[in-house]
Design a protein around this ligand. Sequence first.
Ligand code: PLP
Length: 375
Amino acid sequence: MIYLDNASSAPVNPKALAAAMPFLTENFANPSSVHTPGRAASAALDKAREQCAAALGTLPEEIFFTSGGTESDNMAVFSALGINGRRKIITSAIEHPAVLNACAELSRRGFDVVRIMPDGDGIVRSEYVAAAIDDKTAMVSVMTANNEIGTLQPIAEIGALCRERGVYFHTDAVQAVGSIPLDMRKLPVDMLSVSAHKIGGIKGAGLLYVRKGSPVLPLIVGGGQERGIRSGTENVAAIAALGAAIADITADITRRAEKITRLRNLLIERLEMIPNSRLNGSRTLRICSNVNFSFGNIDGEALVMSLDLMGVCVSTASACSAGKQRRSHVLTALGLSENWLDGTVRLTLSENNTEKDILAAADIIAECTARQRSG
Ligand code: PLP
């Protein structure tokens, strides 16, 4: 099998699995319990928090563990409700549904929601955001890297202008962690979402970074875990795995990104040889692992299925819209015509892919598109 769907879920890192195992076997205790195994579980949460903080350049107390990227995004966006007197949120038209649908809920609760359109390369330009900010704006939420087309957004610029205008800035960095360095000591970001299963951790864990002093509201109330911000018994095994995964993926980010970039460029080069094809999203401002291609006169869903039969795993747009037969809101926002929209596949790489995989996958894609076009 050639797995090119790492943006949907990446393989579990063996170090993350090893970090999780004790809490699925001999130490099943609740981290709130005061006995010895309970304290050991609690110490594992402390260790993971320190690993996440070190990886992101934050204080440990600025890390709140959640059930994943969706919850982190929801928690950040709904925190706009706590900013008194301000009832406007600015986001982009190409956010993940976890942000877009949270914003839609704010709209139902009386918020003015502005969705900034990207340019044709899939970049949300900071000047468009600047023009939308006014004194009613509570928060701006623009992702660090897009999950469908991998485009990197100018979050340093957007964060700086938010800070200038006294507006909180959230960024969904689910697809960016491990691809680019993210240092909260340098970036003017107030809140940042991370998901474990995209970076070698286990599904069902994530974190929200909240800069000290930024307003954050709990989505889930109960026993007061995570300093009252996220109640519910912690997913100790998955959190321990998240700590190990983020430490590992950020430790040698340059070497890793260079390796994956080389494979990605090779894949782009090969797919461009297929007639009537196009790369979607900026060629340069994109994470190392993403290739998003459209093929004219091709049914993308059928292509994904025929590739699966040939042992190549890819998605159409993203795992969440795949299978729903809905056109991608991201590619639509880029202004793609229907012919391109319907013939799109997303191929996302990891360090586990080899040059041999990439060349074989490109040949199989060429064969499947030719077969579909002639049939
Ligand atoms: N944000 C982005 C950019 C994503 O790609 C995803 C997952 O596809 C999410 C949020 C949701 O993360 P999770 O699956 O951990 O809820």
